[in-house]
Every structure is written in structure tokens, then in C-alpha cells.
Ligand binder design. Structure first.
Ligand SMILES: [Mg+2]
Length: 378
């Protein structure tokens, strides 16, 4: 089953609801798709993404540099393919290269599933048939009132979610406390609330503010500090009672290893696209397992679902408001949680049926990005 052809497609489109957190305003999501065709006629698709920046660089890296390297390789040998690509791309550091490798790696796993006639979650171990999901909103705009927020919480509850994540990190800490208080009260018993700082706080500020947040018995606090600050997270974690979640800004198993060895993380949030695909994500998940930690992957719900059901330390699936691939029109099949519980696709491979019409309609080129990108970091 040798790889005979690699096609690359990229698109840019806004989330279906506006995204704003403590440190970013998001204008566009960029998705890069890879289609692999084998010499025996199988087709596998892979996907990676970026938030607002770098999609054209990733698409070019794949089509000009990485695609020629995998032509002729046996698609069953996911380790050989991943290792070859990673060795070649390591001059680029971390990030852009692992995101590019992810698209190819995911397509390789799709091919393996199709060749074996097995869904992805079973290839990875088939640890469970379903996984609970939490609804994750990205709405910290100045115009968002507590009345608006509580109304959305009612909607999430009505849809069957028992766990919710909200953004915090207002300059006025009283506003954060007011939002958390209102949401906790509205959610009621038997629910979980997670909060996400998106790296907003300084280390000393975080220790002080967490003392107050600890009283709310939150499910976790996410990315309180700059992602590079391993020692700061370790120190903060020693001072707080709330579980600490992070990992969406890490790009390799070695970066996760450093956090785990420093006892600086409770919930591991590796993103399949950012760490380089299924192959590296699995290593991160098993590494976390060795440290007795659970995984709750960042975004990419439609693929994360199969990952979480594959491994034994899967915790919870993130369903991001405004970012679902079906809602964005990027897949034909509706892969969504029902009553707060998600079931992985049972079809061979990852089960995502890409809607190529949407990809074409929102095609990403240098020109489209030059006319639409203005930078949203705060
Ligand atoms: Mg986050």
C-alpha cells in the first residue's frame, strides 16, 4: 500500500460565532487538508489547522517539501513516515512543522483504518465506546453581559451538557468572580465548570487569584500562565487545590514530558493537529498515563473523539462553540455529542467526510489572507 499521490487544499473561514478570549480576538480559522492516494487505489484524508496565522506556510511546506518525501512509502508504516518527516523538518523548530506533519499523519491513519476495515478508535485500542463532552465557549467580549452568559448556560444544559468551560481573564478580577459565581449557580449540582485564562496571568498574580478561585471547586483552571513557564506552573500548582490543565500550546512529547516531570500539569490537553497527528498524540497520551494523568485534547472534536475512545486515560471531549467542523460546513456527516455524550464514527478510518465544496469556496491563498488578516492578539 504505497503512497502514489499527495494533494493539498487549504481554506480560511471565520468561526460560526465570534471568538474572543483574554489574549486574542480570532478572525479566521485556517484548515489544511491532505489527500493521499495509494497505488492500490485507496484514498485517505488528513487535516490540520491554525488559528488566524500561518496556513499558507503550512500548505506550502506540505506540498513543496514534505509530500515528495512520502511518495513511494508504505502507508502502513506510520512510524517510518512520521520519523522521516520529523527528521527532515526539525530545522524549523516546533509548531509549523508538527502542524504540517499532522495532516499527512492523520491521512496515513485514515488509510490504515480503511485498509483494515476498522474505525480509528479501535485501531488505537478501543478503550471505550463513548466519551462525555463539555461545551466550551470563547466569549469574553466587553459587550457580553452576565445575563447573556447565563442564558447561554441554560441553553447548554437544555442540550444535555453537564460540563461547561468559560473564558475568564478580565482586567477587573471582580468581573471574573461574578461570571464564575453566576455560572456555578446556574449549572447546579452534578455539573462541572472549567475556566480558561489563555495565558493571561503573571505568576505572582496567579497564585493570589487562585486562592479565591479554589473556593469554587472548579473542574480545572486552564493555561493560567505563559506556555513556556514550566517552573511557574509547577510553583502555582503547588499552591492551589484546583486541577491545572494545559497543553494546547505544546507541540511535542518532549515538551509534555518536561511539564509532567516538573509536576506542573494535571489534565493534559494535547491537540492532535499541533503535536503532529495521531502518532505523536498517542505517545503524549501514554506518557501522561505513565504519570497517572488524564487527557482532554484541545479542539478538533471530530478527531479527538476517536483518540479519547482509543486510550484508557481519556477524560473529556471539548465541543467548541463556533468551531464544529459540521457547523463550519467542512464535513458532511454530523459528528456531535448527543445529551453531552459523544460516540466515535464506526466507519473505517477516522470517519470524517470532507466537504470539498466548502474547502474550495473558502480557498486560502496568499492574496485572500493579505486582504483579510489584520491580527487579533491583544
Ligand atoms: Mg484553552
Amino acid at each position: 500500500m504505497r503512497i502514489a499521490d499527495v494533494a493539498v487544499h487549504a481554506c480560511r473561514l471565520p468561526p460560526t460565532s465570534p471568538w474572543e478570549d483574554a489574549t486574542n480576538r480570532v478572525q479566521g480559522l485556517e484548515f489544511i487538508f491532505v489527500e493521499l492516494t495509494t497505488d492500490n487505489g485507496l484514498k485517505g484524508s488528513g487535516i490540520t489547522y491554525t488559528v488566524d496565522i500561518g496556513g499558507t506556510a503550512i500548505a506550502t511546506l506540505i506540498s513543496d517539501y514534505l509530500a515528495p518525501l512520502v511518495i513511494g512509502m508504505d502507508a502502513r508504516n506510520f512510524e517510518a513516515i512520521w520519523t522521516k518527516l520529523n527528521r527532515q523538518a526539525r530545522r524549523l523548530g516546533l509548531g509549523v512543522n508538527s502542524m504540517a506533519i499532522a495532516a499527512i499523519d492523520i491521512a496515513v491513519w485514515d488509510l490504515i483504518g480503511k485498509a483494515k476495515g476498522e474505525p480509528l478508535y479501535r485501531l488505537l485500542g478501543g478503550a471505550r465506546e463513548t466519551i462525555p463532552a463539555y461545551i466550551s465557549e470563547i466569549n469574553l467580549s466587553a459587550s457580553d453581559t452576565i445575563v447573556d452568559l447565563v442564558r447561554r448556560i441554560d441553553d447548554y444544559k437544555a442540550r444535555g451538557y453537564r460540563a461547561v468551560k468559560i473564558k475568564i481573564g478580565h482586567d477587573d478580577p471582580g468581573l471574573d468572580i461574578a461570571r464564575i459565581t453566576a455560572v456555578k449557580e446556574r449549572l447546579g449540582n452534578g455539573t462541572q465548570l472549567f475556566v480558561d485564562l489563555n495565558q493571561k496571568w503573571q505568576p505572582a498574580e496567579a497564585i493570589q487569584k487562585m486562592a479565591r478561585l479554589d473556593t469554587f471547586e472548579l473542574g480545572w483552571v486552564e493555561e493560567p500562565l505563559l506556555y513556556q513557564d514550566i517552573e511557574g506552573h509547577a510553583r502555582l500548582r503547588r499552591s492551589m487545590k484546583t486541577p491545572l490543565a494545559l497543553g494546547e500550546s505544546l507541540y511535542s512529547r518532549q515538551q509534555f514530558q518536561a511539564y509532567l516531570a516538573a509536576d506542573a500539569v494535571d489534565i493534559v490537553q494535547a491537540d492532535i493537529a499541533f503535536v503532529g497527528g495521531v502518532t505523536e498524540w498517542l505517545k503524549v497520551a501514554h506518557l501522561a498515563n505513565g504519570y497517572g494523568r488524564r487527557v482532554a485534547p484541545h479542539y478538533m472534536m471530530e478527531l479527538s473523539l476517536s483518540l479519547l475512545c482509543g486510550v484508557s486515560n481519556g477524560f473529556m471531549l471539548e465541543d467548541v462553540v463556533g468551531g464544529g467542523l459540521y457547523d463550519l460546513g467542512l464535513i458532511h456527516n454530523r459528528i456531535v455529542p448527543v445529551d453531552g455524550v459523544a460516540t466515535p464514527p464506526q466507519t473505517p478510518g477516522h470517519g470524517l467526510e470532507i466537504n470539498w465544496d466548502t474547502v474550495k469556496r473558502h480557498r486560502l491563498t496568499g492574496e485572500t489572507v493579505r486582504t483579510s488578516f489584520a491580527g487579533g492578539s491583544k
